[in-house]
Design a protein around this ligand. Structure first.
Ligand code: TXA
Ligand code: MG
Length: 613
């Protein structure tokens, strides 16, 4: 990989300092990534950075300092917040954008009023700045839009053509591995312009601890953050990002290739001035694998990306799994999605063969579906008119839903096998696993009940109306401040003697496992009614035992639309489903919610047959 070494220095040679001071470009090691530095008091040298990097002049450079005093000289305003954050996080991966002083050439800030200041945490670079006696302007040492360098050899590679014009200071592999957090500070208003190793939470916690008044603005105008392109960090081989929370692509790699092919056809040749390398073939592909520890993953990210790009492959892919959605992965995932030429969401294919028999089946079932739905809506409207009290109405709703579900499931060829059906004169909060639409038909066919569903469902065209007509209890998953009110509503419904079903996983799944249960709503039963756990297993589809090739017929997951899910259901010849009711659980007000959720999950998961083979 190391193509050139004559311009690489392993120690801070005096000739480097002279070269830098006379307007030369020096690649400097930092704890984040390598920078391509020039002294800030030489406009020609600054211009050379933009030219060598092929970077547009509208994208400003960060100024690197070796002391707080030096930083204060570069800025007009140094307030309490800035002082506190500099003391806490410097030297370190935090760039603060502050009103610039007249020491800063507008070329550096691309004409903006603010200058980005940072004290890097690398002894060699701190010494270099000290000895030069001038701050250094430095962007990451890569060609514009390309993968950042986290080792000296990456810089050699990147500037192989320009090796005579730059010197490289080799300070080893960068310890953090991704660029600094860029924080805009305007008085006491803060905004993150680029996420990084230091998180908004860390900044918030520290300033609160110091009792300093501040607020975070979530939105900033693009003028204030001109360098935030959609695409960046791109390796020389195309990178494809799979948002595969549900392991779809792992089961069906052909889907990956098909989806990718159709995306590539739509792609332009360049984005925001950066050429896109599209795969010419889709035969050989390799996976970018990163540690499950976010700190280690960030450290090795750019290096691994370069290693993969050197391999003989048509494209690289990275699978974004469940763990990658948490806050500590945010900065790295932001880089990954910008580095990728395309992001493929979890979206299974329709998988229906439209032969004559299937098309006919879908057609007549669709007719039955529409007729049943029309009668159901009419019937529900009558219920509204017939009963004015909420409880009376709910009773009618549960009867109506159960009646139509029984009729509809028969017409659809769904054979329901209930096990341990509870007595109809008892009331429960029924908590079970959730795979798809058929679960609702199954439960409602065997038990008169109301369902808890999300506010998003209420807003979904068609489905919103159906759930409203069925008397669903809506909860707002995005607004947790309403939770107590929602719990009270569920509690009141249970007290009125109505069964309520809660799919506590919070979503329907792909049948690989029962997801951990959300604890908050489960507590609605405490001190009111027992919880009745139940487990749903689909055992046969089209006369064959359940297996992963039938997954999409019964599971509604990923980004499938309702109409896709419905078409698959209608295309089935038959389906057998068991619903087993498990021993009831009594809950008191002072029971530990966490334990309750964990125990219920275990009870249900133990009886669930995973759809994996
Ligand atoms: O960790 C880092 O920040 C590395 C090392 C070398 O210090 N530097 C780095 O520089 O990543 P660069 O140029 O690749 O990215 C700097 C980002 C750009 O998105 C730029 O637009 C933004 O910071 N930035 C710099 N100065 C700014 C300013 N005055 N106002 C708003 N954004 C600024
Ligand atoms: Mg950069």
């Amino acid at each position: 990989m190391n193509k050139v070494s004559s311009n690489v220095f392993h120690e801070l040679d005096p000739s480097i300092i002279d070269f830098l001071k006379s307007g030369g470009l020096v690649a400097i090691p930092t704890e984040t990534v390598y920078g391509l530095a020039a002294v800030i008091d030489n406009p020609l040298a600054i211009k050379k950075i933009f030219e060598t990097k092929k970077r547009p002049f509208f994208d400003p450079l960060i100024v690197h300092v070796s002391s707080i005093e030096m930083a204060k000289n570069c800025s007009q305003e140094w307030n309490l917040i800035t002082q506190a954050l500099a003391e806490k996080f410097w030297p370190g991966p935090l760039t603060m954008v502050l009103p610039k002083s007249d020491k800063i050439d507008p070329l550096i800030t691309s004409g903006l009023e603010g200058v980005g200041l940072r004290m890097p945490n690398h002894p060699m670079t701190l010494e270099l700045i000290n000895k030069a006696g001038v701050p250094l302007a430095a962007p990451s040492a890569n060609k514009f839009g390309r993968t950042s360098p986290s080792r000296a050899e990456h810089v050699c590679e990147e500037f192989f053509q320009e090796q005579d014009q730059i010197k490289i200071l080799d300070g080893g592999a960068c310890q953090i591995g991704i660029e600094s957090t860029v924080l805009l500070i305007k008085g006491n208003q803060l905004s993150i312009l680029r996420s990084g190793h230091i998180t908004q939470e860390q900044i918030t916690n520290y300033l609160k601890e110091k009792e300093i008044v501040f607020s975070f603005l979530e939105k900033v105008s693009s003028k204030e953050s001109p360098g935030q392109m959609k695409h960046h960090y791109m390796p020389t081989k195309p990178l494809v990002l799979l948002e595969d929370r549900l392991n779809i692509y792992q089961h069906f790699p052909k889907r990956l290739l098909r989806s990718l092919h159709s995306e590539i056809i739509k792609m332009p040749d360049q984005w925001e001035g950066v050429k896109i390398t599209k795969p010419k073939h889709l035969k050989n592909y390799i996976e970018l694998q990163l540690s499950d520890d976010p700190t280690l993953a960030a450290r090795e990210f750019y290096h691994q990306l370069r290693v993969c790009a050197e391999k003989d492959c048509d494209f690289i892919y990275f699978t974004k799994k469940n763990i990658h959605y948490s806050g500590e992965w945010e900065a790295l995932m932001e880089r990954l999605s910008k580095a990728a030429i395309v992001t493929l969401p979890s979206k299974p294919d329709l998988q229906i063969e439209f032969d004559v028999a299937t098309t006919f089946r879908i057609f007549w079932k669709m007719v039955v579906f529409l007729i049943v739905i029309s009668f159901y809506v009419l019937h529900s409207l009558c219920n509204r008119i017939l009963s004015w009290s909420i409880s009376g109405r709910r009773k009618l709703y549960t009867k109506t839903v159960s009646l139509y579900c029984r009729f509809f499931t028969k017409a659809m060829g769904l054979i329901i096998q209930p096990i341990n059906l509870p007595r109809s004169d008892e009331t429960f909060l029924m908590v079970g696993n959730h795979l798809g639409v058929l679960d609702i038909l199954t439960v409602a066919s065997v038990q008169k009940t109301l369902f808890i569903t999300s506010q998003e469902m209420r807003n979904t065209p068609g489905l919103g109306l159906l759930s409203e007509m069925g008397g669903c209890l809506f909860v707002n998953r995005l607004n947790r401040s309403r939770i107590q009110k929602e719990i009270l509503n569920i509690r009141e419904t249970l007290q009125q003697g109505h069964n309520v079903v809660l799919f506590a996983e919070g979503t329907s799944t792909n049948g690989e496992k029962v997801l951990p249960l959300k604890k908050s709503l489960i507590t609605a039963a405490a001190g009111v009614v027992p919880i009745l756990p139940f487990v749903i297993n689909y055992t046969f589809v089209n006369g064959q035992p359940m297996q992963s090739k039938f997954r999409d017929f019964v599971c509604w997951y990923g980004d499938q639309s309702f109409i896709e899910a419905l078409l698959r259901i209608l295309s089935m010849k038959s389906c057998v489903v068991t619903i087993e009711f498990l021993p009831e659980v009594k809950v008191n007000n002072d029971d530990d919610r966490h334990h309750l959720a964990v125990n219920l999950h275990k009870t249900i998961a133990d009886k669930f047959v995973k759809i994996t083979v």
